[in-house]
Design a protein around this ligand. Structure first.
Ligand code: SAM
Length: 350
């Protein structure tokens, strides 16, 4: 007999087993995989997973489903409770789930840094949510979730799903989306805070939104944007994901040493990467260095260090051929250094 579903829990159970094959393919299931499933429901997907991987750890809010989830296999364990409150850390390296739609976004965002061992996600979500995760800057769908997900992962699969594969059919479209972890930017909690604050008032300029959200003064935000080569009137939706890393770094420096000029050099100016280099330009080099620590270059205008870092970068940015050459060279640290030295050498000898 069909059990009545609980709408509050976003229960839309899979009834078309063809979709399981698509999930298996996008999740790249391997016999030694350990999988985390959130919301096993009546266990349709859980059973499919259990037959193909080493272990499934499932977390389900609705205890009345316990009889359905009994006996799915020795390699399945089910924990009952709210996945938003439970500690979901296990030895799982893949998150595979038909997620409850009302909590899908916070669960995914939390998992980016909260579940660092998850290397691949394959999740069924509302189509609108799927579109948001990998949306491009300056589009309506682009927001804080897009930035955070794209800083951590790259999309590896997408499959729109018909409403008819669920019981009861939801009144929104769905999609399967798969993505793989690339890494985790340094100080991700701080990046997260800045990104959320930047989009909190998305109609406002970034300096206004950051100040209204209480994470930076308008002046520091404008100076940090200037370090990226952006006007103070820039809105959050105009920055690419990796530019939020640079913005966070530039803000950190401005907070530690007010009144310095921060210049962004390095890959962040030329394309998506975490390789953000900041040069702090100030007359009082010693005082700035004492506050900033070793990972930031502090220099005075007109010095050899300034010429090396800032002038070389200005030159690369001004010349499309050099910029293109740098994009290739940056993949290899040795070539990158050699290329950079060559740029410095040429303007040195002019
Ligand atoms: N995996 C099943 C399937 O594909 O047929 C069910 C998917 S259904 C869309 C979502 C499931 O998540 C439901 O079983 C629901 O009870 C459960 N759920 C809803 N909110 C939850 C929460 N906060 N924590 C854990 N499970 C939750």
């Amino acid at each position: 007999m069909l059990r009545p579903v609980k709408k509050d829990y976003g229960q839309h159970f899979l009834v078309d087993e063809n979709i399981l094959g698509v999930i298996g393919r996008l999740a790249e299931l391997q016999p030694d995989d350990v999988v985390l499933e959130i919301g096993p429901g009546e266990g349709v997907l859980t059973r499919y997973l259990a037959a193909r991987v080493a272990r499934v750890h499932a977390f389900e809010i609705d205890e009345s489903l316990a009889p359905r989830l009994d006996g799915l296999g020795d390699n399945v364990d089910v924990t009952f409770g709210d996945a938003l409150r439970l500690d979901l850390r296990t030895d799982a390296t893949k998150l595979v789930a038909n997620l409850p739609y009302n909590v899908a976004t916070p669960l995914l965002v939390e998992s980016l840094d909260g579940l660092p061992d998850i290397a691949l996600w394959c999740v069924m979500v509302q189509r609108e949510v799927a579109d948001r995760l990998f949306a491009q800057p300056r589009t309506k769908a682009y927001g804080s979730v897009s930035v955070l997900v794209q800083l951590v992962a790259e999309r590896t699969g997408f499959h729109p799903v018909a409403r008819t594969v669920f019981r009861p059919p939801p009144n929104v479209d769905s999609a399967l989306i798969a993505f793989k972890r690339l890494g985790l930017p340094r100080d991700f909690p701080r990046v997260k805070k800045i990104v959320n604050a930047a989009f909190a008032h998305r109609r406002k300029t970034l300096p206004n939104s950051l100040e209204l959200s209480g994470v930076a003064t308008r002046a520091n935000a404008a100076a940090a944007l200037a370090a990226l080569g952006c006007a103070a009137s820039t809105r959050a939706e105009a920055l690419a994901p990796f530019e939020f890393i640079a913005l966070t770094e530039a803000l950190r420096v401005r907070e530690l040493v007010p009144d310095v000029t921060v210049k962004l050099t390095g890959s962040a100016l030329l394309g998506p990467t975490y390789d953000v280099d900041l040069v702090v330009v100030t007359e009082d080099v010693d005082a700035a260095r004492a506050r900033l620590g070793a990972d930031v270059v502090v220099t005075r205008p007109g010095t050899i260090e300034y010429a090396h870092r800032v002038r070389a970068w200005e030159r690369i940015l001004d010349d499309p051929a050099l910029a293109a050459e740098y994009r290739v060279a940056k993949l290899d640290p040795a070539r990158k250094r050699e290329f950079f030295e060559r740029v410095v050498d040429t303007f040195w000898n002019e």
